[in-house]
Write a protein that binds this ligand. Structure first.
Ligand SMILES: O=c1ccn([C@@H]2O[C@H](COP(=O)(O)OP(=O)(O)O[C@H]3O[C@H](CO)[C@@H](O)[C@H](O)[C@H]3O)[C@@H](O)[C@H]2O)c(=O)[nH]1
Length: 448
């Protein structure tokens, strides 16, 4: 007999879809029947998963139309969140009412807080999926609860979060800072986030050895224990999910990158990438380009934007520039890569941790500042190099940090190795596996 039927609904951008599809794979492997909401332009991201489970009627896409820009908001994220609600809420209500054996729960991204209302209307539990860290989740939601003002001290502090973290104003949520109280965009965004806090449960792409204190904090605030940490959610080693196509098709043949890496010594290459969305400013690009050039290190740089003229020729032989989408997980897993210069998106952070590389941090927005803090100050596996456009490292200084980061005996490397082992243990019979078992048990109990 197949397990409970659940609806999985990812938010529409790569950094959010990728980990929730990885979770879908695991839930389906554990016997659940899963319907995944996708829009036509994202269907291709689901294809590797669908072909892995090709013969299965228990994993199905539900293709709903993509929202058009609605002019509700000039903020693209809010406009798309709102557009999805407008378009998909009635379609999902209809779909549920006409389905012969509809899902017993909805698992949806934290940007889809309105699905809490939908689930309530359907008499179902909604589980929040957080593609961000438990730490960042706590900071993000606490910001909207505390409503800090930019009129007192120069930093905003969060005394009720463990460690009492504090951030300069520019590191606080951009949406929070840029929209005035009473603005309908702001109210919509706030209500969407606050709905997460009253939902039935929360699943984190994290693990208790990494973030136990923050996971416990979220449990305490929620007042129940339906908080599960099941990460790091990564594609399996055996290529079942075809990691080279994870989140997009690689802009260069994956084997070319692998051949290039094969010719290099262990831990001798720095991989540089700023995630799926961030485009660097001219000044940031130039600073990074000059630092990499001066350092003399071997590197792979995944670039979105325009490179300085003649750059690729000048670094030929030791710099591999990828314009577009890189096969990131494969690169990080290669033995030649020892260091990851990252914007600290949570997926990249976890992928770096699971690969045991030293992290050079250059957060640019959103949760990346608290992720960098976790890597550098708490876990001791990272070294700060930049801070958005506020701190762009001087090229000589960056070159020095890059060259030193490859040192085999650095304390960060020793700690990164230990953390990798803890991450891999968590998902191979450890804490995350146990949380996932419990989660599946609770979902199955709903259909009884
Ligand atoms: O060329 C590329 C670029 C990215 N990726 C993958 O795309 C994902 C990117 O995710 P992430 O590192 O989290 O960065 P963003 O794309 O910036 O993700 C957004 O979503 C994350 C999860 O909420 C947040 O932590 C980030 O701050 C937010 O910008 C990762 O799995 C990468 O492996 C590739 O495979 N190739």
């Amino acid at each position: 007999m197949s397990g409970a039927h659940i609806l999985v609904y990812p938010y529409l951008s790569a950094g959010h879809i990728i980990p929730l599809l990885d979770l879908t794979h695991r839930l389906h492997t554990r016997g659940l029947t899963v319907t995944v909401v996708v829009t036509p332009n994202n269907l291709s991201l689901l294809n590797p998963l669908l072909s892995t489970h090709a013969s299965s009627s228990t994993l199905q896409p539900l293709v709903l139309p993509s929202p058009q820009p609605s002019n509700f908001s000039s903020n693209r994220l809010i406009d798309s969140m709102h557009g999805l609600r407008l378009l998909h809420y009635p379609l999902l209500l209809q779909w549920f009412s006409s389905h012969p054996s509809p899902p017993v729960a909805i698992i949806s991204d934290f940007f889809l807080g309105w699905t809490h209302q939908l689930a309530t209307e359907l008499g179902l539990p909604r589980v929040v999926f957080s593609p961000s860290a438990a730490f960042a989740f706590a900071v993000q939601h606490q910001t909207w609860i505390d409503s800090p003002k930019n009129d007192g001290p120069s930093t905003v502090s969060f005394p009720n979060i463990p460690g009492s973290p504090r951030y300069p104003w520019h590191q606080i949520s951009h949406i929070y800072r840029s929209l005035k109280e009473g603005d309908p965009d702001r109210e919509f965004y706030k209500s969407t986030l606050l709905a997460n806090l009253v939902s039935w449960g929360v699943v984190f792409n994290s693990f208790s050895e990494l973030e136990g204190v923050y996971i416990d904090h979220v449990k305490k605030e929620a007042g129940h224990d339906r908080i599960w940490a099941v990460g790091p959610l990564l594609p399996p080693d055996d290529d079942l999910m075809r990691p080279a196509n994870r989140g997009g098709s690689s802009s260069v043949p994956c084997h070319e990158v692998m051949t290039w890496l094969d010719a290099r010594r262990e831990h001798s290459v720095v991989y540089v990438c700023f995630g799926s969305r961030a485009e660097l400013t001219r000044e940031q690009t130039d600073g990074l380009a000059a630092g990499l050039e001066k350092s003399g290190v071997h590197f792979i740089w995944c670039v979105r934007g325009v490179m300085p003229a003649g750059y690729e020729e000048r670094v030929a032989g030791r710099g591999f520039v990828i314009n577009g989408w890189a096969p990131q997980v494969e690169i990080l897993r290669h033995r030649a890569v020892g260091v990851f210069l990252t914007h600290c998106g949570w997926n990249s952070t976890l992928e770096g941790i699971a690969a045991g590389v030293v992290m050079l941090t250059w957060p640019t927005s959103a949760d990346q500042f608290s992720n960098a803090q976790l890597l550098v100050e708490e876990l001791g596996v990272g070294v700060r190099v930049g801070d958005g456009t506020e701190v762009i490292p001087e090229s000589g200084e960056l070159a020095r940090i890059l060259a030193e980061s490859l040192d085999e005996n650095r304390a960060e490397r020793v700690r990164a190795n230990k953390l990798r082992d803890a991450a891999l243990t968590a998902v191979k019979g450890g804490s995350s596996d146990k949380d996932l078992d419990d989660f599946v048990l609770r979902l199955n109990a709903l259909s009884k």
